[in-house]
Design a protein. Structure first.
Length: 295
């Protein structure tokens, strides 16, 4: 519920959104640190009992899906900023909230955790060449610059979380776990405030554009979800549905944190609109998954 409150409060209370807009990057870095602090990387390695499936899902999410999305965008005539934003969103890593969302709707949380962590660690190396190359859109940043910024936003929280784990007893980390989880929720809420900055003004000035972008964000989320679920159906319905959820819910927070202000504002606004299907998907899809998942 707090996830939805964050984006809607940011949308309808512009001063609140403006207050938190300048700390989006810091909020994302803090969120990544807390999420990774709750992930025992040794445990993740131990989860790699299905390396072929993890590898296949990773390649699908980071490499194949962006190319497929590009083909769909070109076929649909989406060759402008919205089309570019759609394709770039498909290059993103799985949202760090994916394991929690998967468990919330009764899907495979283990595979979701592994793939979310692996794609997050790899995205600085895979996303920039695809994001800058497929659509030929100027994001006001060089390939090396985008890779460096993504690596910093991902790598620094990873390093901090490892250091904290080394310096803190495991029993203490377990005891503080609920507090860390609470901090994650509140940082997501603050992030939701910040990314909505300017959205209400744009909605009032260009309602058709904003509503069209919102419809495309939902269509992109659902389309990547369904395509992935169908592609991995031979691996079992439960895993296929979890893979679909991973593919639909991408981490746009990283792009919003690292792309410069000179980037086309319509691309940045689309990434902000992607938060609506991301935050609302567990509630909207839960009854569907209840019917589709085995057992």
């Amino acid at each position: 519920m707090l996830l939805a409150v964050g984006i809607f409060a940011g949308l309808f209370i512009p001063p609140l959104a403006a207050m938190f807009r300048d700390v989006v990057t810091i909020t994302v870095a803090g969120l990544m640190t807390l999420v990774l602090l709750r992930v025992d990387l040794a445990q993740v390695v131990g989860y790699l009992r299905r390396p072929v499936l993890v590898g296949a899902l990773t390649v699908w999410l980071l490499l194949i899906m962006p190319v497929l999305t590009y083909g769909v965008a070109m076929a649909a005539g989406l060759d402008g900023p919205l089309g570019a934003a759609l394709v770039i969103s498909a290059t993103g890593c799985a949202a760090t909230s994916s394991p929690a969302f998967a468990r919330m709707v009764g899907l495979d949380g283990e595979i979701s955790l592994v793939v979310a962590v692996v794609t997050t660690l790899l995205v600085p190396f895979t996303a920039p060449p695809l994001a800058l190359g497929l659509m030929g859109i100027d994001l006001a940043i060089s390939l090396g610059g985008l890779m460096a910024r993504l690596a910093l936003v991902v790598g620094l929280p990873l390093l901090i979380s490892i250091v904290i784990r080394r310096l803190t007893a495991e029993s203490t980390l377990r005891r503080l776990g609920p507090a860390v989880d609470g901090g994650v929720v509140w940082l997501v809420v603050l992030y939701g405030f910040g990314v909505m900055d300017g959205m209400l003004a744009r909605l009032l000035a260009e309602p058709a554009w904003v509503l069209g972008g919102l419809a495309l964000a939902f269509a992109g989320n659902v389309g990547m979800n369904v395509a992935t679920a169908l592609a991995f159906l031979p691996a079992g319905r439960r895993l296929a549905l979890a893979g679909g959820l991973l593919a639909g819910n991408r981490n746009m927070a990283l792009y919003l944190a690292v792309l410069p202000a000179a980037t086309d504002e319509r691309i940045l606004l689309y990434f902000a609109l992607c938060q609506f299907p991301l935050f609302l998907s567990p509630f909207l899809l839960r009854p569907i998954y209840a019917r589709l998942r085995p057992g």
